[in-house]
Write a new protein. Sequence first.
Length: 237
Amino acid sequence: MRRFAPLAVLLATATVAACSQQPDAQTTQQAPVDNRADEAAKKLETYQQLLKLHNDGPAVQLGHEIVDKYPETPAAAEVKKTLDNLETNYKATSEKARLTALWLYQTSPMQGGTQSTATIQSTLPTGEASVRLILRRHTDWGQTVFLYATTGKGFVCKGDCTLKATFDGKPKTLKAFRPPTGEPALIFRNDPQFIKDMAKTKRLTIDVVTVSRGETTLTFDTGGYDGEKWAPLPKKK
């Protein structure tokens, strides 16, 4: 029996050593998890500060980073409570701001009178091929709504022409004519009805024929129109 004593001691010593090393292995495995949770917690503090400052764009971006990069952490669970509503509101606010910025309102002297205009550039086509939709009030000429080609020779239209249009997908027809003074424009006949319909429309399309490009569909994102900014002018005495 004595010859086996050293072996028993050796095995006992090895077992004790293994047991003493086991907590260190658990600590090693736990450390990365704890570090990730700490990182996420720090980012959560920044996220919450951005919410207080109503800095929604960066908050949405940081919120997605926390949820995607640290999905199992308490910080991610906290972010999920607010992120969906925050992102929905941010997108709606951003879209409203984009649409509003598409319109330009001006009041200025014009050929012996004063004119007030509301102008929007076509979303399609863009660049040099773009077309302006202009709402104009003039103290002498009254109210006019027309398309104006920024480049080229304007539109093909003999006498009164009929234009196919859609107001948020609903088809309508517009009557228009070219100005006798030769500008590259198309003037709408029933401008009060057009303005009434457009004011309720987010996207307007108008099919025209241009001298330089032929058949073209114009698209205008009109949802940011503000009728109060296109103020009526006093009648000239």
